[in-house]
Design a protein around this ligand. Structure first.
Ligand code: ARG
Length: 532
């Protein structure tokens, strides 16, 4: 319509010209001009059928090879000697879905777990670990990290000698003292070993090899500060080293100062993120860097990256993207907490998910053998927690609600997992091998055409998720697909179809649906079972 306006031509007339020149091969069944000048293109169902047939037999469901990029994905990033909290849960789940999706498309993914493993608190933590070791010669106290941290802090606040020792240890640690480094390593290792158990339980692909904590960048920091000074970007201000950014204003309307080195010589979270972006480009060879961090850190990242760009550490051709997310809220609309108001321990949350799923599954399948039940409960319970998060647009806050996430109706993990078992069972009940489906896929019924057309959009959905880092787009697609399958299944006889052609063709559609559901759920990190 806007082109017609520019050409000073009636839109319908332009539409006719376009249609005359259109060469869509056999993709379109019918092309018509409607209303003030719309061009409606109707897909040719024979073409759709041929594509569906091709995709069914192609590797990776026929998705076209991509030009592989190196994509660094920063996610999870818990803190040492602290329990993982709900914010880390969101980052972990969404980031992992992003990593799986990019990898499935054929990109090289580097998982970067930016663990909070450095800072002044380590003096206190080392002093406390030492105290514990002296007293009972065991590190068991660390099994409850939250408790450990609290106790360390208490000693620090109440015991002057302890506090002094703690302060001395920070200095020694920063100076590379062997004993302090050894104690620090122990704290990191114990924390990450515990977090690894959580990752495994969550079916998250992170491993200990993906840890690239804040400390990794320590050696780069003095050079960065010196370089920013040399480039005239950083200046001394009241003893600290500061970069003033015109892009951001402080409350007086003056350029905002971002401290990169404190008066006492210490570096900051921002300094580390500047070094880290540089490293990801220079050393890891990133084409894209995706950061899954909650939205409250947006300004922090923007400041760090503004400095990174000004200093020329990462060229504009490499994108630094903040894929932010909102908070997880309780049913009361307030940040998710325990009844007593404390942080919810992730392991407790997962225990509860599995327990609830077990009740649900046991109620529906009283005869299911015990060990199968355990497996299904785990897959459904963990799936429910993950899917509840993944299915919502990540940019907003969301309400964590057990009943909703475990419902068998609606866009939930149990519904999707159940839909998969149903689709898969149709094919299995036929008791035939995939390879015996030799007749071509054909589409006659409206519902077959609708299902097949949607199946062909899988690649487009994957591409969107990969570009925007929005797994909820995949969730809605799969949910939609499950609905279309139900419609097809209710209206079109599969095993008792009128002809062998129709029977095979419909089996093929069912098979492609089950493969697409499974592959889609895989990219989200959601497991499936064969019955539930
Ligand atoms: N450890 C940080 C936190 O708990 C998250 C780190 C995110 N990644 C980054 N490159 N800053 O808030």
């Amino acid at each position: 319509m806007s082109v017609a306006k520019k050409l000073g031509m009636p839109p319908r007339q332009l539409a006719e010209k376009v249609v005359q020149l259109l060469d869509l091969g056999d993709i379109a069944g019918k092309v018509e001009i409607a209303g003030p000048g719309f061009i409606n293109i109707f897909l040719n169902s024979d073409w759709v059928a041929r594509q569906a047939d091709r995709v069914l037999n192609a590797p990776k469901l026929g998705i076209a090879p991509v030009e592989p990029q190196t994509i660094v994905i920063d996610y999870s990033a818990p803190n040492v000697a602290k329990e993982m909290h709900v914010g880390h849960l969101r980052s972990t789940i969404i980031g992992d879905a992003a990593a799986r999706t990019q990898e499935f498309l054929g990109h090289k993914v580097i998982r970067a777990n930016h663990v909070g493993d450095w800072g002044t608190q380590f003096g206190m933590l080392i002093a406390y670990l030492e105290k514990m070791q002296n007293e009972n010669a065991s590190d068991m106290g660390l099994s409850d990290l939250e408790q450990f941290y609290r106790e360390a802090k208490k000693h620090y606040d109440e015991d002057a000698a302890f506090a002094e020792r703690a302060r001395a240890y920070v200095v020694k640690l920063q100076g590379g003292d062997q004993y302090c480094l050894k104690m620090w390593r122990k704290l990191v290792d114990i924390t990450m070993a515990q977090n690894q158990l959580t990752y495994n339980r969550l079916n998250v692909t992170l491993t200990e090899d993906d840890v690239m904590g804040e400390s990794l960048y320590n050696a780069m920091l003095p050079g960065i500060v010196a370089d920013l000074k040399a480039k005239g970007l950083a200046v001394e201000s009241e003893g600290a080293t500061v970069v003033f950014l015109d892009e951001y204003q402080n409350k007086d309307g003056d350029p905002m100062g971002v401290i990169i080195q404190k008066k006492d010589g210490g570096y900051l979270y921002t300094t580390t993120d500047i070094a880290c972006a540089k490293y990801r480009y220079e050393t890891l060879g990133a084409n894209r860097v995706l950061y899954y961090i909650d939205s409250r850190q947006h300004q922090h990242l923007m400041q760090a990256w503004t400095i990174v760009r000004k200093a020329g550490y990462v060229p504009e051709s490499v994108s630094l993207e903040h894929h932010m997310f909102g908070m997880m809220l309780g049913k009361d609309g307030k940040p998710f907490k325990t009844r007593a108001g404390g942080t919810v321990k992730l392991s407790d949350l997962l225990d509860e998910a599995i327990e609830r799923a077990e009740q649900l599954i046991a109620g529906k399948n009283p005869d299911m053998p015990e060990d199968e039940m355990k497996t299904v409960a785990r897959v459904v319970g963990i799936g429910a927690v993950k899917y509840a998060d993944l299915s919502k647009s990540r940019t907003t806050d969301y309400v964590f609600d057990w009943d909703n996430m475990l419902a068998f109706e609606g866009n939930t993990a149990p519904y999707m997992q159940y839909a998969y078992t149903r689709v898969a069972s149709v094919f299995k009940r036929a008791g035939i091998d995939e390879s015996s489906l030799t007749l071509p896929l054909t589409l006659t019924e409206e519902r077959e055409i609708a299902l097949a057309t949607r199946l062909l959009q899988f690649e487009e959905v994957l591409t969107t998720v990969a570009r925007e880092g929005t797994p909820h787009v995949m969730c809605s697609y799969l949910y939609d697909l499950a609905g279309l399958f139900s419609g097809f299944y209710e209206h079109c006889q599969i095993l008792n179809a009128d002809s062998e052609e129709a029977r095979q063709s419909r089996l093929k559609l069912a098979l492609l649906t089950s493969k697409t559901l499974k592959t889609g759920l895989d990219t989200l990190g959601i497991e499936t079972v064969e019955r539930m």
